[in-house]
Design a binder for this molecule. Structure first.
Ligand code: AMP
Ligand code: ZN
Length: 502
């Protein structure tokens, strides 16, 4: 397996410290707002990396922190006229909910900054003792000059950086490059008591403490968006390595930015879409398909058209699975063509025999190459094409003899997609029971059958539209969307596609 390591600026053979285990850390969110889909992309990329490593048999310890004390949280609390801990609690819960909806697995450990203050104070004390940090007016700063390796991750030279920087009047730093490990509290801010007075930790420090605290002084993978390389990750290395004297993370993996019109999506630029809103229109498997069709390190432009294309791709897979299952179970495939010559049929059948093994091998080859999810998905779409042409060839009602072959290839496809966290509802009986309650509320439905409930809802929506009762029509559509259904208006009337709840 090869991974691109920002530290060495090259693709390297991935050799974890232990042959059967991987310890990885990913910087978590600052909980002051709902996350946008740019943040979501980074969390999704590392979710897929983790899932793949687990699928390949590694025991993965995955740590992702919650930054629950920060200027942005304090400012937001002022705006909403509540306390900072209330803001942090609200958006931590929202973050967890959004991650669950997107199908991102919960981390093995999820440390909170505010619950790790003692350990942070201890690290600062050790850094002061070693001469890597100094107190100044109630703040504590890391002395960048005291750490030889500073700049090695971002490829910056301390002397170059220094020539552009200057000490501001009233600055408590000795050197403009130094950064805060501890900040004294201003009136009205949350604070903790420390040997340097009341204050709170700096953001960079948190990650050094929480990662080494759970994974040890040296661990395998450190991840985050490429926007964090400097100064955040550079500072994490300086703090941790100055403290322990041991190498910190061995492989640094950085995700490319999600962009809108070639500009980074960010809260500060105001060009963001919240994950929870996007998931209201496009269910998790669609968002995942859209994002994973681009390599995690490349920039990705957000576009509704590409999300709509992902809907089509998803449906292509779904249709192939449904048709293949129907044929495997002896029923006729929808729209399957006339039977072809048996020579064509048998050569296709041969390809089908080899398909599951072949797909698995090519999927691994793609993913082993720095987690090339775009290549991995291409393998799945090749299988879809293969299944479709086979179904075309054998025509109606002649699939019984190929039942096991078709099942094997479908199972492999779904298995590989599951590694990417892309799941499919298992047919019509898999409708969620909540749809019955929804139909009772909005369509006066009195039965208990999920399929009938959906029909009743669609009938109620159609009637509401005829009456120009847009409120009810929208409520039906939104209610269905909340349960994982997408309503599509076709020439024959409305129908639902069930994409499943993530
Ligand atoms: P933050 O809460 O701002 O610290 O960001 C949480 C994570 O989202 C970090 O790993 C960032 O690198 C990442 N991130 C922020 N903006 C984007 C973006 N536009 N595209 C991809 N990742 C992003
Ligand atoms: Zn971090």
């Amino acid at each position: 397996m090869r991974v691109y390591n920002t530290l060495t600026r090259s693709k390297e053979e991935f050799v974890p410290r232990r042959a059967d285990a991987v310890a990885m850390y990913v910087c978590g969110p600052t909980v002051y707002n709902h996350i946008h889909i740019g943040n979501a992309r980074t969390f999704l990329s590392f979710d897929v990396i983790r899932r793949y490593l687990e699928w390949r048999g590694f025991d993965v310890s995955f740590v992702r922190n919650i930054t629950d004390v920060d200027d942005k949280i304090i400012n937001r609390a002022r705006e909403e006229q509540v306390t900072a801990p209330e803001i942090a609690a609200k958006y931590t819960a929202a973050f967890h909910e959004a991650m669950e909806r997107l199908g991102v697995k919960a981390p093995t450990y999820e440390p909170y900054a505010t619950q790790t203050i003692d350990e942070m104070i201890e690290m600062i004390e050790r850094l002061i003792e070693k001469g890597n940090a100094y107190e100044s007016g109630g703040d504590v700063y890391f002395a960048v000059r005291s750490f030889d390796g500073y700049g090695k991750l971002s490829g910056r030279d301390v002397d170059d950086m220094r020539s552009g920087a200057r000490i501001e009047v009233g600055d408590l730093k000795r050197d403009p490059l130094d950064f805060a490990l501890w900040k004294s509290a201003k009136p009205g801010e949350p604070f903790w008591t420390s040997p340097w007075g009341d204050g709170r930790p700096g953001w960079h420090l948190e990650c050094s403490v929480m990662s080494t605290g759970h994974l040890g002084e040296t661990f395998d993978i450190h991840g985050g968006g490429v926007d964090l390389v400097f100064p955040h990750h550079e500072n994490e290395i300086a703090q941790a390595e100055a403290d322990t004297g041991a190498p910190f993370a061995r492989y640094w993996l950085h995700g490319g930015m999600l962009q809108i019109n070639s500009e980074k999506m960010s809260k500060s630029l105001g060009n963001f879409m919240l994950l929870k809103d996007v998931l209201g229109t496009f269910p998790a498997p669609i968002v995942r398909l859209f994002m994973l069709q681009t390599h995690y390190r490349s920039p990705l432009d957000y576009s509704e058209e590409r999300l709509a294309a992902a809907v089509k791709s998803y449906e292509r897979i779904e249709t192939a699975v449904r048709n293949a299952r129907a044929v495997a179970e002896g029923a006729a495939a929808d729209g399957a063509g006339a039977s072809a010559s048996s020579a064509d049929e048998s050569s296709l059948a041969e390809a089908l025999v080899a398909a599951p093994e072949d797909a698995r091998a090519r999927f691994i080859e793609a993913m082993d190459d720095d987690f090339n999810t775009a290549g991995a998905l291409a393998v799945v779409f090749d299988q879809v094409r293969l299944v479709n042409s086979f179904l075309d060839q054998i025509g109606s009602g002649r699939g019984a003899g190929y039942s096991d072959l078709l099942k094997a290839i479908i199972d492999t496809m779904l298995d590989l997609l599951r590694v990417l966290g892309i799941t499919f509802a298992e047919g019509e009986d898999g409708y969620p029971v909540e749809v019955v309650d929804l139909a009772a509320q909005l369509a006066g439905y009195g039965g208990g059958d999920t399929r009938e409930a959906v029909d009743a809802l669609l009938a109620s929506r159609a009637a509401a539209r005829t009456d120009k009762n847009w409120g009810l029509a929208d409520a039906v559509r939104d209610g269905l969307a909340g349960l994982g259904f997408v309503v599509e208006d076709t020439a024959q009337g409305a129908r639902v596609i069930y994409r499943g709840q993530s």
